[in-house]
Design a protein around this ligand. Structure first.
Ligand code: MG
Length: 254
């Protein structure tokens, strides 16, 4: 199923399930017992929001061999973890703001895992039971600040630097074999498959849940493939993952 979070024309924020361009409203938390009601909205009448409100976004660096190579580094022996703040999240069609502190703003398409159950010290074999579903992420990066700062909080953490969406797909069981692409102004810039991930989704949940408790709604950005590059104000950026869909945003000045 496709779970969406959306805003009605009356300004109400709701969760729902999307099918045939129609959203049926959900009663209750999507991470607990919930029901699908008969209250419905045509998709074109609502604004889709980021499909989840994570307490934290856990990101993995250098997790595709070709990206590590273009970065001039080997794939690390263990997943390379950094965090993005919850305030960096935006939804589909929202503007990514080009901050004045950078001169080199980059896109990074990533498969995003949405955690469904509280997870601590979970072994790889059980890890996927803790996944609610998958969405698309764009790990927006101020590449120049990533080089000048030894910690990446600034380079990765500006407001609007974590577009997520357009929805959470819950019926994926081949997460390790999904095409992943990024288009800038309609031109393909990144083109790979999640089978090129060095550390797979289940590996990441084991590794991360041994460090910190993963809460329902938390998001893991699994890493980006090769082909990273710059964006300019006015550009349109489309992040695509097979079986999920396309997350579209534009770049704007503050
Ligand atoms: Mg990334």
């Amino acid at each position: 199923m496709r779970y969406v979070r959306f805003e009605t024309r009356a300004g109400e924020k709701k969760y729902g399930v999307l099918s045939d361009d129609k959203i049926k409203v959900i009663q209750g938390s999507i991470f607990e017992d919930h029901s699908i009601t008969e209250e419905a909205y045509p998709l074109y009448t609502v604004k889709l929001l980021a499909p989840v409100e994570p307490t934290k976004i856990l990101c993995i660096g250098l997790n595709y061999v070709d990206h590590a190579k273009e970065f001039g580094k080997p794939v690390p022996d263990e997943p390379l973890l950094f965090l993005k703040p919850s305030t960096s999240v935006i939804g589909p069609e929202e503007k990514i703001i080009y901050p004045p502190q950078t001169q080199n703003l980059h896109y990074e398409v990533e498969l995003a895992i949405v955690i469904g159950r509280t997870a601590k010290n979970i072994k790889r074999a059980e890890a996927l039971e803790y996944v609610f579903g998958y969405t698309v992420g764009n790990d927006i990066t101020a590449r120049d600040l990533q080089s000048t700062d030894s910690q990446w909080s600034r380079a990765k953490g500006f407001d609007t630097f974590c577009p997520l969406g357009p929805w959470i797909e819950t019926e994926i069981n081949n997460q390790d074999n999904l095409d992943i692409k990024l288009y800038l102004n309609g031109e393909v810039k990144q083109n790979s498959n999640t089978n090129n991930l060095a550390f797979k989704c289940a590996d990441l949940i084991e590794y991360l849940s041994a460090i910190m408790t993963l809460l329902p709604g938390d998001v893991i950005l699994t890493g980006t493939p090769g082909g990273i590059g710059s964006m300019q104000p006015g550009d349109k950026v489309e992040a695509y993952v097979e079986k999920i869909g396309t997350l579209t945003n534009t770049i704007a000045l503050p």
